[in-house]
Design a protein around this ligand. Structure first.
Ligand code: CAO
Length: 438
């Protein structure tokens, strides 16, 4: 009487699996634990081992089928072990399912009925052995891909999505060498320029299109932004600074600063205030070195300022900003911004920032979340100051409020640090005397 081999429970909330590969054929002798099939669930790729020694009689499942947990996948003949009548257990070295709740697995993988003295013993806890984490496959890995389980396992180990590898074998079969070649190509490509996971649609299907090559600034910006976005877990904290009084002072002292060769704008004031804040909160002037498991504190304060040019975004750097007066910073910023727009900045003038300010207030907007300029720890976004009614305890008064948004590297900086940092900046803008007390 052939023994049915059933699809075992594969983890929490998994009630079926797709058959990717059938690894045995009728008439084949198999040993206990030998892989019979490779299946995929929404979470991972799993090999189903044979529950006993025997000979394959019928294979009921074929590649592409979806089989319910508990459904018969094949039958074995010549089985002596009673355990084979139950669902095979997925051993730790083959299980690839990511299981979060051990209790769930115990419930979903009941022990076989006791039929021998050993089996009558309390069921051994199968769950800890299944807690093996592997990266979840991306959508492309879920399609049928011609690759042996060993090749798939190797791809998972090196973090390559098997569905993205081009196979050089017959019928596009993927070898370990193909996976290595793919991995090398990914590593040698600059961050942000890696192949997109999804292909763009053919936009001409809906109308005329025009192709424009990316400029070098656009390419660098794309790479830097993609790298930061995918590397830095970032959060943005928002606040308002009441700059009513500061604006009056700015207007009053503008002619004096203009005589010194600069333009006294909000950005110039902010560079000076931020430089002081970085002195008070040194974490915001640091960088995370994950490889070395350490934090790098910089003993210099250089503030980068995002400048909008017709060629794209450039970020020249005001060095040692804490040691400079607002007039000096205003003059330097005026020169750097015009050099940026004329594409005359040197590489040196674009390097070494420890923090960046991006002021879009001259253009408009109520708020935005800037992206941290890696490897810096934080960036300040500035939007357009607006006069708004503010309750002063007795009445609503018209006040000029400047919206500020601080994005920060959450690996290094906590939310409370960010709230304190930005409050300090707001108070310094509201009460400039604070700067001289610092
Ligand atoms: N709220 C209200 N008004 C503001 C303001 C703000 N936050 N920021 C600037 N302004 C005003 C200025 O006071 C000035 O007004 P006046 O001419 O009446 O004095 C006007 O807007 C233009 O300012 P500016 O741009 O000449 O000077 P700035 O020092 O404030 O800004 C710079 C300099 C280089 C930051 C700016 O020109 C710029 O390029 N901003 C864009 C930055 C950017 O693209 N960021 C996005 C990066 S991510 O893609």
């Amino acid at each position: 009487m052939p023994t049915p081999v059933k699809l075992p429970a594969l983890g929490e909330n998994i009630d079926s699996a797709d058959i990717v590969n059938v690894l045995v054929a009728p008439g084949e002798t198999v040993a206990k634990d030998q892989p019979l099939l490779e299946v995929e669930t929404g979470k991972a790729s799993v090999e189903i081992p044979s529950p006993a020694d025997g000979t394959v009689k019928d294979v009921l499942a074929k590649a592409g089928d979806t089989v319910a947990v508990g459904g018969t996948i094949l039958t074995l003949e010549g089985v002596t072990e009673p355990a084979a009548t139950a669902e095979p257990e997925v051993p730790p070295d083959r299980a690839a399912a990511v299981v979060d709740d051990p209790k769930e697995v115990e419930q979903s993988a009941p022990a076989p009925p006791p039929a021998s003295p050993e089996a009558a013993a309390p069921p051994k806890p199968a769950t800890p052995a299944r807690l093996i984490e592997v990266p979840e496959p991306g959508p492309s890995e879920r399609k049928l891909v011609p690759a042996a389980p060993t090749v798939r396992r190797f791809a998972r180990q090196v973090g390559v999505e098997i569905g993205e590898v081009r196979g050089s074998g017959p019928g596009g079969r993927i070898s370990i060498d193909d996976v290595k070649t793919h991995a090398k190509r990914l590593l040698s490509a600059p961050a942000g320029s890696r192949e997109p996971r999804k292909e763009l649609p053919d936009f001409t299907a809906w109308g005329e299109v025009e192709l424009e090559p990316m400029s070098s600034i656009r390419k660098l910006t794309a790479q830097a932004m993609a790298y930061s976005w995918t590397t830095v877990p970032q959060v943005t904290h928002h606040d308002f600074a009441d700059v009513t009084r500061l604006e009056e002072l700015r207007k009053r002292y503008s002619p004096r600063v203009e005589a010194a060769g600069g333009k006294l704008t909000m950005t110039a004031v902010l560079v000076r205030v931020i430089a002081s804040a970085l002195g008070v909160f040194p974490k915001f002037n640091a960088s995370v070195d994950l490889a070395g498991q350490r934090i790098i504190h910089k003993r210099y304060i250089n503030v980068g300022v995002a400048v909008d040019t017709e060629h794209g975004l450039l970020v020249p750097v005001i060095r040692d900003a804490r040691a400079k007066s607002i007039s000096e910073i205003a003059a330097e910023l005026t020169t750097l911004a015009s050099r940026a727009r004329a594409r005359k900045l040197t590489a040196d003038e674009l390097q070494g920032a420890t923090f960046t300010i991006s002021n879009l207030g001259g253009i408009g907007g109520t708020g935005f979340d800037p992206i941290v300029n890696w490897p810096e720890a934080a960036v300040l976004g500035v939007s357009r100051a607006r006069r708004q009614p503010v309750w002063d305890g007795e009445d609503f008064r018209p006040r000029l409020l400047l919206p500020l948004s601080l994005s920060y590297d959450h690996r290094l900086i906590d939310g409370a640090d960010a709230a304190r940092f930005l409050r300090w900046v707001c108070e310094a803008l509201e009460e400039p005397l604070l700067l001289s007390l610092e």
